[in-house]
Design a protein around this ligand. Structure first.
Ligand SMILES: O=C(O)C(=O)C[C@H](O)[C@H](O)COP(=O)(O)O
Length: 217
């Protein structure tokens, strides 16, 4: 049976999260950065991004990337409400990410064809989401919530869920996260340092992307 809702997120989302070992978390202040940034990441071998709804420019930035950089898979992050879920799905985001989950956001996801990556940080949250059909979850905030030992501990009894840890991931600790059996990819903001973004230093971002896309999992 083909799922037509975001509830069973596993198949469609697993393909998208498998595109790159690192999913850059982008906070875009200036909409004019969107296209050169997406191109710079793509040139470095990164084919999927999460654009956070933390800035006023976020929606326009996503729209620009979707229209002008069709090879980049654009997901929306920091989605905290059902209205935001519907708005980013209508805009054409390929997947939706939240730092957690709430009843109304889960309801919006269940009514949408756009896959959802909900966040969890404890075994109880993981099990609630698993019961709702989510076998792919964001582990957030990864480092403050216990990092690698926590993911190993969760993975011992709960073998059906794979995670995208995000929050405190760095080039130094990413390889150890990616080596875990229950990690599908990692998320992080380190590929887009705000000073490089402000300067429009796209070659630097391409270099960071190339290093990240070469990480093994
Ligand atoms: O905005 C969201 O939806 C989040 O869940 C938070 C982000 O994923 C993290 O803030 C990225 O973490 P850093 O790589 O440590 O900067």
């Amino acid at each position: 049976m083909t799922s037509t809702t975001a509830l069973d997120n596993t198949n469609a989302l697993a393909d998208l999260l498998a595109i790159s070992p690192v999913v850059p978390v982008l906070t875009i202040e200036d909409v004019s950065h969107a296209i050169p940034l997406a191109r710079a990441l793509l040139e470095g071998g990164i084919g999927v991004v999460e654009v956070t709804l933390r800035t006023e420019a976020a929606m326009a930035a996503m729209a620009a990337m979707i229209a002008e950089v069709p090879d980049m898979v654009v997901g929306a992050g920091t989605v905290l409400t059902a209205a935001q879920y519907r708005a980013v799905a209508d805009l054409g985001a390929r997947f939706v990410v939240s730092p957690g989950s709430s009843p109304s956001v889960l309801e919006a996801a269940a009514a949408s064809r756009t896959p959802f990556l909900p966040g969890a940080a404890t075994p109880t949250e993981v099990l609630h989401l698993l019961e709702a059909g989510y076998r792919l979850q964001k582990f957030f905030p990864a480092e403050p919530a216990g990092g690698i030992p926590m993911l190993k501990s969760i993975g011992a009894p709960i073998t059906d869920v794979r995670f995208c840890p995000t929050g405190g991931i760095t080039p130094a600790n990413a390889p150890a996260y990616l080596a875990l059996a229950n990690v599908i990819c990692v998320g992080g903001s380190w590929l887009t340092p705000s000073d490089a973004m402000r300067r429009g230093d796209w070659p630097h971002i391409t270099k960071l992307a190339a290093d990240a896309s070469a990480l093994k999992r």
